[in-house]
Design a protein around this ligand. Structure first.
Ligand code: SF4
Length: 316
């Protein structure tokens, strides 16, 4: 599984001043789970070190200029960003982590200066980030700074794995039966994101209108990618836990029932991390041999070693 990364986040000395912006989570943790593919549009076209660049806005039009000489480098940067964005499809990336605040890579809140190069606003987007968003609207994208937030981190990693999974699945030339089984395994993960998406995907799979398989798969892919790009919430996750509990609530004793429901309440109140409740559900799913539950991606959406659900702040 491949993730695109702004090169400087991997420790490459490709920043304008010859420095890097190595990120520990990417370098020390994600590198064990993904093939990290570096991209640096600026170094590819200007070399390193180089004069710093910034976005300026004049009469409503944005340009990229060098900070000292004020050379307009918009077109040359645009061209290399186009080229590198095209490469993402060739590399078959499942997501991309971009360097924040960069006039090239920044995904949001990039500083845009006025024509006097003095003040400005922070509503800009880097040229490369813009190209990626335009070409691949559903590719999971995040900035390294935002990934410090446990909730955004968990949502992003879950999205990346689901994004890779649906692409791999569609590559197998699935039958309608395969689609039903894929959908079944994602039922509760989607439910934890959006009840509307859950309903829409169910309708696509039910295929009341008897559409051809290819049309169904395309519609399913689009709706699925939209669904996994949504952020989950503690409330929706709690509802999913209650649904899952419903599969074995009649099989446990009164005391066990109280313990399980108590754990779910503690998760909802922010006292217990989700992983504890998931462990309990997995245990009972195995004990009562409920394969429907064991197959649910919601219970195991990514390698447990990432330990994202151990963090109390991963849900809000
Ligand atoms: S922010 Fe992007 S363009 Fe700038 S050094 Fe890092 S990878 Fe290169």
């Amino acid at each position: 599984m491949k993730l695109g990364i702004s090169s400087c986040l991997l420790g490459d000395m490709c920043r304008y001043n010859g420095g890097h912006a190595k990120d520990d989570f990417i370098y020390d943790v994600l590198s064990h789970h993904f093939e990290l593919v570096p991209y640096c549009p600026e170094a590819a076209v200007f070399g390193t070190p180089r004069e710093a660049i910034r976005i300026i806005e004049e009469d409503g039009i944005q340009k990229v200029v060098t900070t000292k000489n004020r050379d307009d480098v918009t077109q040359v940067l645009q061209d290399i960003c186009n080229l590198q964005a095209k490469k993402i499809a060739v590399d078959r990336l499942c997501g991309f982590i971009l360097k924040s605040a960069s006039p090239t890579c920044g995904l949001e809140r990039v500083k845009v200066y006025d024509k006097h190069n003095t003040s400005g606003h922070k509503r800009g987007i880097g040229l490369f980030a813009t190209q990626i968003r335009k070409r691949y609207p559903y590719l999971p994208l995040e900035e390294e700074g935002r990934l410090q937030d446990a909730w955004l981190r968990e949502n992003f990693i879950m999205q990346v794995f689901a994004y890779a999974h649906i692409h791999d699945f569609l590559d197998t030339n699935p039958t309608i039966r395969d689609l039903v089984s894929f959908h079944t395994s994602y039922k509760y993960l989607i439910y934890a994101k959006s009840h509307v998406s859950y309903k829409n995907l169910g309708n696509i799979v039910a295929n009341q209108e008897k559409k051809p398989l290819q049309t169904l798969l395309e519609e399913y892919k689009e709706e699925f990618l939209k669904a996994i790009s949504l952020k989950g919430s503690i409330k929706k996750t709690y509802n999913v836990l209650l649904h899952l509990f419903g599969y074995f609530k009649k099989l446990v004793s009164k005391e066990e029932k109280e313990e399980i429901l108590g754990s779910m309440e503690e998760f909802k109140s922010g006292i217990l991390p989700l992983i504890v409740v998931i462990k309990i559900i997995n245990l009972y799913a195995k004990k009562f041999d409920i394969s429907y539950l064991e197959e649910q991606k919601f219970l195991n959406p990514y390698p447990k070693e990432l330990a994202l659900r151990s963090n109390l702040k991963a849900y809000k």
